[in-house]
Ligand binder design. Structure first.
Ligand code: NAD
Ligand code: UGA
Length: 343
């Protein structure tokens, strides 16, 4: 099959490209505005098109027309961007992604759309978030963090509508905090906002700067090893039962508070380098760290029984997930010592 990966140059995309090249089952065409994270990744079954999906629409239509399956990974995915530039987030994550779906409809192509665990929002009652049962509860309009979840949610609802009408075959992936190589970008000591938490804590370990605990770090996340996430992708691709369905891709066994994550990463770093990190854990408010309009989710626990029925389950525990990602950034497993990337 020919797979077109839009957003192939990002964190998930570059890891999927590497994985699909190694499996050598499919022809892969990557599209992105940047190939920086694809440096050193090549294979006979991979080609890259440098293009901006917002202004190269004829080219994108042609690429989609030539595909068997389209995988849409393009989005602004960092909380700092939702807070700073909410309209850019809705433009890209909803309107531009919808245009991709419409092109898939026109050309009769299957679409695998990356959505988010954040569509569940602040659901306080479900012990675990279940795809077709849990309530999706978002915060106030004046907390612009929720524009990301809202954009992804409306897109999912439209894909469902197109599926009901028989216009589109889609699969929605809801990732739960994937972690691995080429995650966002490193920052200088003391930086606020910017990338996601692994990149912040990794940067702190490398620079000796503070590890900021937003609103005290009691909030919890379930992190997913990128290798488990890659396998989930192929399970969804290979199973026709995934068509016109949404799936959580997450690991409930890795549930941790952000404070405990900081402590864990310090311990792994010490173990891998032999140096004791002296980073201070500094509590900071969400507003001071991200700006006015930040609000958080306290817990994001996935129920993964739906994907388990197709034969997938995560293999990596919390410690291994972060050990592998830290090791990558220390350059012990990989020639690159940076995570690369811009926004
Ligand atoms: P990322 O930011 O690393 O990758 C997104 C890619 O899209 C980038 O390479 C960027 O250059 C590209 N892009 C942005 N605008 C573009 C444009 N106009 N034209 C072409 N390319 C453009 O993000 P990621 O972590 O790899 O996330 C991929 C998808 O998965 C996103 O939809 C995100 O919302 C979703 N997601 C990711 C996670 C996670 O754990 N990483 C969690 C939930 C949801
Ligand atoms: C992120 C992305 O925004 C979404 O694209 C995605 O849907 C989601 O992850 C996911 O992977 O499922 P979030 O979970 O808030 O959302 O991701 P991070 O930015 O990595 O933050 C995780 C937690 O750590 C948040 O509570 C944040 O406030 C906190 N944090 C972040 C810190 O305490 N310190 C930091 O230096 C950075």
């Amino acid at each position: 099959m020919k797979l077109v990966l839009l957003g192939a140059g990002g964190f998930i995309g570059s890891n999927l490209v590497e994985y699909l090249i190694a499996r050598a089952e499919h022809e892969v065409v990557g599209v992105d505005v940047s190939a920086e994270k694809l440096a050193g990744i090549s294979g006979d079954n991979f080609s890259f098109v440098e293009a901006d999906i917002t202004d190269a629409q004829d080219l994108i239509n042609d690429v989609i027309a030539g595909a068997d399956v389209v995988v849409d990974l393009v989005a602004y995915a960092n909380p700092s961007i939702y807070v700073e530039s909410p309209l850019e987030v809705v433009e890209l994550n909803f309107f531009e992604n919808l245009r991709i779906a419409e092109s898939c409809i026109r050309h009769n192509k299957r679409l695998i759309q990356y959505s988010t665990s954040e569509v569940y929002g602040k659901n306080p009652t479900s012990p675990r978030f279940v795809e077709d049962e849990s309530e999706l509860i978002l915060g106030p309009v004046t907390k612009q963090r929720w524009i990301y979840a809202a954009s992804k949610q409306v897109l999912e609802r439209m894909l469902h509508g197109y599926g009901l009408q028989g216009d589109l075959e889609y699969t929605v992936v809801r990732p739960f905090n994937f972690v691995g190589p080429r995650f966002d970008y490193l920052v200088e000591a003391g930086t606020r906002g910017g990338p996601r938490v692994f990149a912040h804590f990794m940067s702190a370990l490398l620079t000796g700067g503070p590890m900021y605990l937003v609103d005290g770090g009691t909030q919890r996340r379930c992190f997913t090893h990128i290798a488990d996430a890659n396998e989930a992708f192929t399970v969804l691709l290979d199973h026709p039962e995934s068509i016109n369905q949404a799936f959580n891709v997450g690991n409930p066994a890795t549930d941790t508070s952000i404070r405990d994550l900081a402590i864990l990463m310090k311990g792994i770093y010490a173990d891998l380098t032999g140096d004791t990190p002296h980073n201070e854990l500094v509590e900071i408010s969400g507003e001071e760290f991200y700006g006015v309009g930040y609000e958080d989710t306290n817990r994001v626990p996935p129920d993964i029984s739906k994907l388990a029925t197709l034969g997938w389950k995560p293999r990596f525990d919390l410690e291994t997930t972060f050990r592998d990602a830290i090791q990558y950034n220390l350059g012990q497993d990989n020639p690159s010592t940076t995570m690369g990337g811009a926004r």
